[in-house]
Design a protein around this ligand. Structure first.
Ligand code: ASP
Ligand code: MG
Length: 402
């Protein structure tokens, strides 16, 4: 008995049948004696459809109006889920983001939650209501509606769980948990019972696409226990927490990210300040750089390569072209057909040989590695996109197998 925050993603509330199914899960949780706060995403592809509608009318619509439009998807879900619960005869109230007290900064389209004024939600809970909150949105200090960025409802849910000191934040989705790899790509992928925040964070940012990055960051920061589980099947999911039982598994997961473009600035003068020049220019345009590689200087020149998300590739190229007269490089090459394949696991900290095992698997599959990057609990390689599915399977089999 405690406070439980449940979040239902777009696929879980996609149609009337699914909305009723979700209402059933919520009702069971409430009847078990819990205080229940629910965060919902927009139904199915609603957000994409809304973006398309806007494009038809004004492809250059302001971000403020886009937020006004996109926030409506979650309002539909919230009220429909509330209606389904009313039908079950339970007390319920649905709230927009601002009614639920979500105050954000003013970065329309990617707003950050500043605080949550939780009085309204707590008052509703005190009245024994089930509270359904529209995810993905808030208001800024000018009372304008903001949205948190694609996939942001996870973050709404975790933030609410944090301020309410909920016992658990359950993220219901259409998969039954976090897997060692995307089961659609790797057929012997295994479901994990548990994973640490740090591992999940790496996997989320590596394109595992189960949880919104910021939601995991926030869960870690405020020690919110997360559970990822299926709304369609009744079985246990994956728990995300600080420390997990010691397991023999060295690697927790293998992920692929295709949203990678590699830019190489070839033949820049081998003098101080070049890297600073390039990366400060990119930073000024808010272009995020991921992997960076600089070659050893030869004959007075060196090469600098880095990766950005594909959406930023053209912009990054033109930023660097603009300064060609001062950078005096020989050639600028951009390749958007590459993938990043990564292994993640806290176990690698204490175990040598993890990298070599990964490279061995890739070499046996005859896959060429273009760039390598490592962190404490992660090793990533850049490879040709055409090889990525094979690479994922080869690496997965080497560490996890059947
Ligand atoms: N509906 C929003 C999106 O599609 C937010 C979310 O689903 O979490 O990105
Ligand atoms: Mg989502």
């Amino acid at each position: 008995m405690g406070i439980i925050v449940q979040k239902f993603g777009g696929s879980s509330v996609a149609n009337a049948k699914r909305v009723n199914n979700v209402a059933g899960i919520i009702a069971d949780t409430y009847r078990a004696g819990n205080e229940v706060v629910v965060v919902v995403s927009a139904q199915g592809d609603t957000t994409d459809d809304l973006i398309e509608k806007a494009q038809e009318i004004n492809p250059k619509a302001s971000k403020r109006e886009m937020d006004m439009l996109l926030s409506s998807g979650e309002l539909i879900s919230a009220s429909l889920v509330a209606m389904a619960i009313e039908r079950l005869g339970l007390p319920v109230v649905s709230l927009t983001g601002w009614q639920a007290g979500f105050i954000t900064d003013s970065t329309h389209g990617a707003a950050r939650i500043r605080r949550i004024d939780k009085e309204r939600v707590e008052n509703e809970l005190a009245k024994h209501n089930i509270v359904i909150v529209a995810g993905f949105q808030g208001i800024n200090r000018y009372d304008d509606v903001t949205t948190l960025g694609r996939g942001g409802s996870d973050t709404s849910a975790v933030a609410l769980a944090a301020v309410l000191h909920a016992d658990v934040c359950q993220i219901y989705t259409d998969v039954d948990g976090v897997y060692t790899a995307d089961p659609r790509l790797v057929k012997n992928a295994q479901k994990l019972d548990e994973i640490t925040y740090d591992e999940m964070l790496e996997l989320a940012s590596l394109g595992a696409q189960v949880l919104h990055n910021r939601s995991v960051e926030m869960a870690k920061k405020y020690s919110v226990k997360l559970e990822v589980l299926s709304s369609l099947e009744k079985k246990s999911g994956t728990e995300v927490k600080e420390v997990i039982k010691v397991e023999k598994m060295l690697i927790r997961g293998v992920a692929r990210d295709n949203d990678v473009a590699r830019i190489s600035v070839i033949g820049v003068p081998d003098v101080p300040g070049i890297a600073f020049k390039i990366f400060s220019l990119l930073a000024a345009r808010k272009i995020n750089v991921d992997i960076i590689l600089q070659s050893i200087g030869r004959h007075g020149t060196k090469d600098i390569s880095f990766t950005v998300s594909r959406m930023h590739a053209d912009q990054a190229v033109s930023v660097i072209e603009e300064v060609r007269p001062t950078l005096r490089y020989e050639q600028l090459v951009c390749d958007s057909t590459i993938s990043k394949v990564s292994i993640v696991g806290s176990g690698m900290v204490a175990n040598p040989g993890v990298a070599s095992k990964m490279f061995e698997a890739l070499s046996e599959a005859n896959i060429n590695i273009q760039m390598i990057s490592t962190s404490e609990i992660k090793i990533s390689v850049l490879i040709d996109e055409a090889d990525s599915e094979r690479a994922l399977n080869a690496v997965h089999n080497a560490f996890i197998g059947d």
